[in-house]
Design a protein around this ligand. Sequence first.
Ligand SMILES: Nc1ncnc2c1ncn2[C@@H]1O[C@H](COP(=O)(O)OP(=O)(O)OP(=O)(O)O)[C@@H](O)[C@H]1O
Ligand code: SF4
Ligand SMILES: [Mg+2]
Length: 326
Amino acid sequence: MSSEVILEAIDVIKHFPTGARGLLQRTTGTVKAVDGVSLQIYTGQTLGIVGESGCGKSTLARVLMRLLEPSAGSVKLQGEDITHIHGQHLRKVRSQMQMVFQDPIASLNPRHSVGEIISTPLKFLEGHHAGSDKARVQELMNLVGLNPEHYNRYPHEFSGGQRQRIGIARAIAVNPKIIVADEPVSALDVSIQAQILNLLEKLQADFGLSYVFIAHDLSVVRHIADQVAVMYLGKIVEIGSPEDVYGITAHPYTKALMSAVPVANPRIAANRHRIVLTGDVPSPVNPPSGCRFRTRCPKAQELCAQDEPLLLDRGHGHPVACHFPD
Ligand SMILES: Nc1ncnc2c1ncn2[C@@H]1O[C@H](COP(=O)(O)OP(=O)(O)OP(=O)(O)O)[C@@H](O)[C@H]1O
Ligand code: SF4
Ligand SMILES: [Mg+2]
């Protein structure tokens, strides 16, 4: 693994006040969307973040990109503390990180041609010359597997997969160092998903890009990630290489997510102990005491309600936040 850390979160917390309406109304609660997350993203590598809806993946991504300021903790980009920077400095830092979204239809302006969409970020570059935009856009379209002659077409004239390629071209237009892809393939057919994953891998190899790749499903990040972080209710419960997380799965929540992933080999499938997750994720306004997973955990014991398990290596070679790991 490359040892150069490009982006780092240290004890990051992001809480949102709820019920605050108007100046005189008091805050009635706090959504603990991200509640003490530390992680490192290495140059040229991919960190996959996986977890059910509402566990704080997008909020964490937005804090990492400094689209949101954390409530506590810090974010470092190449060793520089960017937690509380503002204005011009923040704009400059942000240009090194770009986002790819889940729904390419919602994230592309339908009234703008592909050429206009992809060239928009170029206008903010230092020494920008409008005259060179078309050539650059067509080069980018070529890079992401779109026909450069379709420069003047509009988003609705493309398929879902092609629209995601437009979003990716826009993201790489300003030569960012990091791309945060928030469920970039969740809205696409399985066959198209593989094509987009391949494209992202190719761009990573060609340009040394670092990725944060968010998904609901463990199987999606398996082949693209160098590290996989499993999140539950605002916290990382298990993190490690795919070999560790998929091979020496230790946390009951990761096990449950794993058993939802289809297995091609019938022998492995037959021997697999399935854990079915029941009930919804509890509210992040009032998370359970101790271990947040205890209300749904088949292994929960008394200690789990009293003591919060820390994210530690408990003999598996990678950190796990559970008192009774497998
Ligand atoms: N601006 C906000 N104000 C208040 N609560 C918020 C805000 N943004 C997110 N939340 C809440 O924080 C929690 C985490 O949300 P987040 O969008 O980060 O989850 P997620 O893991 O990305 O979910 P999904 O898989 O559905 O995209 C949710 O309970 C959400 O309602
Ligand atoms: S600490 Fe307890 S409740 Fe939490 S995951 Fe481990 S066994 Fe389950
Ligand atoms: Mg999300």
